[in-house]
Design a protein around this ligand. Structure first.
Ligand code: PMP
Length: 432
């Protein structure tokens, strides 16, 4: 059949059998970090037990075997996002990937790198553009780059319904724009951004595009070259893979011209005390010992996802998305962040419960075995945009069921009564 066999999927994830406070765990926090299938755990352990050795050096058998597994992993993860093997740089996560790009541009501004790097050099008054709905990881590195170079950080607004204001994007992106860094899917709003439109605006302005694909890679079939972005980042641990590894995709000409960020071993061809020559990409951006076992395990994760089919995963998650959003929207006293009608989304919804702090909601849900994220989810500006400092976020993945979403909805329905908010509101009305 064409439908994802969720029961079989769940059996592949040992952690999902846990219980919390006597209730079966309903894990609805995959946007923070995802659970890992046995295939991933086995791949990491198997490598460490049978093949572990330093890659790209050493003549012994194990070193050659480790190198082959490591480069095969690169090809697998690159293929998962539609890229060629050499267009994928290993990082330790999306945060490092974004800092890598920002620091590389800073180095180009200082005149470092090949002559071709000059195309990235910033002048005071040049503009770096982000959106209002970015994770801090896609704000702060640009803010810091602006501070170091005299560039200016500009922000594309979102509408009240959470969708990106494309008219404002067209106003903000202009002849001074050098970088447009934006998220594919907001980790607070769950809305898929119109990548093609933003890329078109950036191209016309001659600006570099940097896509944060953290929250799209686990949920949508992804083809980064087809999206037309210059650079993109994602994190392994949100993609059913391990911690400590991520990917930076780059168009070949862009990576080839970009100066390195971290420097040291494994990224050079020749070192003297007078000067150093760097390797071509991807090694130019992979200084020091890399997260080898983690990269191999991440490859196991994407192979696992591909085995199930990203289309099938997406279709299943769309069912959860509708149930989650419509269910929450129907509960009295619940306000959704980013309720845009008809927007393309992933199964992720942030909300506030009138009269109850997000942390109390989170604790109440936890007491019923339902795991969600509370706080600002590393995206304070978008919370400020909606006049709140914190929200509750439920986020699903391939292994979640409609029954788990219903358990969340059921628990949220009881929150205001539990905290006495309804009684207090009735009393206020009676007193008035
Ligand atoms: N961007 C987005 C949209 C995210 O959701 C996250 C993780 N919360 C990050 C960037 C940062 O990823 P990491 O912490 O794995 O580097």
């Amino acid at each position: 059949t064409d439908v994802l066999d969720v029961a079989a999927v769940r059996a592949d994830f040992p952690l999902l059998a846990e219980s919390v406070h006597g209730a079966p765990l309903a894990y609805l926090d995959s946007a923070a970090t995802s659970q890992k299938p046995r295939a991933v755990l086995d791949a990491e352990r198997g490598f460490l037990e049978h093949s572990n050795a330093a890659v790209h050096r050493g003549a012994h058998t194990l070193a050659a075997e480790a190198t082959e597994l490591y480069e095969d992993a690169r090809a697998a993860v690159a293929g998962f996002v539609g890229a060629a093997q050499d267009d994928l740089v290993w990082t330790h996560g999306a945060t490092e990937g974004l800092n890598l790009v920002a620091y590389a541009i800073g180095n180009a501004t200082l005149g470092r790198g090949a002559p071709a790097s000059a195309r990235f050099a910033l002048q005071p008054g040049d503009e770096l553009v982000v959106t209002e709905a970015e994770h801090h990881a896609n704000i702060v590195p640009w803010q810091e780059l602006a501070a170091r170079t005299g560039a200016i950080l500009r922000v594309i607004r979102i509408h009240d319904d959470g969708s990106l204001d494309l008219d404002h994007a067209a106003e903000v992106i202009g002849s001074r724009t050098r970088v447009v860094a934006f998220t594919h899917v907001s980790n607070v709003l769950g809305i898929v951004n119109p990548v093609a439109e933003i890329v078109a605006l950036a191209r016309e302005a001659g600006a570099l595009t940097v896509l944060d694909a953290c929250q799209s890679a686990p949920h949508l079939p992804l083809d980064l070259p087809a999206l037309g972005v210059d650079l993109a980042v994602f994190s392994g641990h949100k993609l059913q893979g391990p911690y400590g590894v991520g990917g930076l995709y780059g168009r070949r000409d862009v990576l080839a011209a970009l100066p390195p960020f971290l420097t040291g071993g494994s990224m050079i061809t020749r070192v003297t005390f007078e000067r150093t020559e760097f390797l071509p990409p991807p090694q130019r951006f992979e200084a020091g010992t890399q997260p080898v076992s983690q990269a191999i395990a991440l490859a196991a994760a994407v192979r696992y996802l591909q085995g199930l089919g990203m289309d099938r995963i997406h279709a299943h998650e769309q069912v959860l998305e509708r149930r989650l959003r419509e269910g929450l929207g129907a509960i009295d006293g619940v306000r959704l962040l980013g309720a845009a009608e008809g927007a393309e989304r992933v199964a992720l919804q942030s909300f506030v419960v009138d009269g109850v702090h997000a942390h109390d909601v989170g604790q109440f849900l936890d007491s019923r075995g339902v795991a969600v994220r509370v706080g600002h989810h590393c995206a304070a500006p978008v919370h400020a945009r909606f006049g709140v400092t914190a929200s509750v976020r439920a986020s699903a993945a391939l292994y979640n069921t409609e029954d788990e979403v219903d358990r969340l909805l059921d628990a949220v329905s009881g929150v205001r009564a539990y905290f006495g908010v309804e009684r207090a509101a009735e009393k206020q009305e009676a007193d008035a």
